[in-house]
Design a protein around this ligand. Structure first.
Ligand code: CP
Length: 299
């Protein structure tokens, strides 16, 4: 039906709508039933050149829940990269030892280069501000579970449209479906790059002090919040600060959900956690099932 075996997972752009829906259907099945022997005898290599909690640990957990072994690193200082070994040589060595590579790297295009270098499948676990396809799939899975659809949704993304890969993926992913309206609410200077825009998307450049009123007027189905990623911003990132509080949430329609890929820093008050539609911890857990499915499909 769909061809996933041996395939690289580099960008949500590479998936058709039907393939996305197939992955989400499987994720639902994997959530209901663990398959402890599905990947018995396989080795998953996790190469994390950049910090991660959720993505790294959930790929590792997903692999082990399916019976696979896991090797890899999350600190390049204890590898031969520290001695000067090249990216390509490191990839070739890790590919000799494993059946699939999961890679996070700060440089856009690094997962594509990894995929060109080795013959085993490569899964992009975030390449700088560019792509993070498993995050997009878990975001879509979360929305679909709640709204029972991925069409006709109004999404207010709040934060840094320029550098935040979660937002880039949400535009591209929701762009595969019909009649979605996406607003990118951001301070001046952090607008969406043209390469990620489509006809569903509109920048709303505002003074972030007016955020509560703008959100209340928009009445979105989803408020998708993201931190200001300091690691990708040159100069003072503090000037872009904003905060979603319980007061923000109280002004929203009852059905509006609050999403965040996490980690959060100071843009989402912990008081919001008590709000029944604050679903970011469930969202993070959904990543486990999506990552089980991706590993199972490519292997
Ligand atoms: N959402 C996400 O990618 O989190 P980590 O950086 O902790 O993996």
């Amino acid at each position: 039906m769909y061809k996933f075996k041996g395939r690289d997972i580099l960008s949500i752009k590479d998936f058709s709508k039907e393939e996305i829906l197939y992955i989400l259907r499987l994720a639902s099945k994997f959530e209901k039933k663990v398959n402890p022997n599905l990947l018995k005898g396989k080795i998953v290599a996790t190469l994390f050149y950049e910090p991660s909690t959720r993505t790294h640990q959930s790929f590792s957990s997903a692999a082990q829940r399916l019976g696979a072994g896991v090797i890899g690193f999350d600190n390049i200082n204890v590898t031969s990269i520290k001695k000067g070994e090249s990216f390509e040589d490191t990839l070739r060595i890790m590919a000799n030892l494993s059946d699939v590579i999961v890679i996070r790297h700060p440089k856009p295009g690094s997962a594509d280069l990894a995929a060109k270098t080795v013959s085993i499948p490569v899964i992009n676990a975030g390449d700088g501000p560019n792509n993070h396809p498993s995050q997009t799939l878990l975001d879509l899975f979360t929305m679909q579970k709640i709204f029972k659809r991925l069409d006709n949704l109004k999404i207010a993304m709040v934060g840094d449209m320029k550098h935040y890969r979660t937002f880039h993926g949400q535009i591209l992913g929701l762009g595969k479906f019909s009649n979605n309206k996406i607003y990118g609410i951001c301070p001046k200077g952090l607008e969406m790059p043209d390469e990620f825009k489509n006809e569903n998307y509109q920048d709303l450049v505002i003074n972030m002090k007016n955020l509560d009123e703008i959100l209340a007027t928009l009445k979105p189905d989803v408020v998708s919040v993201g931190r200001i990623p300091r690691e990708y911003i040159k100069g003072n990132s503090k000037k872009y600060s904003f905060r979603i509080t319980i007061e923000t949430v109280k002004k929203l329609p009852k059905h509006t959900i609050i999403m965040h890929p996490l980690p959060r820093i100071d843009e989402l008050d912990t008081e919001v956690d008590e709000y029944p539609n604050a679903i970011y911890f469930q969202q993070a857990k959904n990543g486990l099932y999506i990552r089980e499915v991706l590993l199972a499909l490519v292997l």
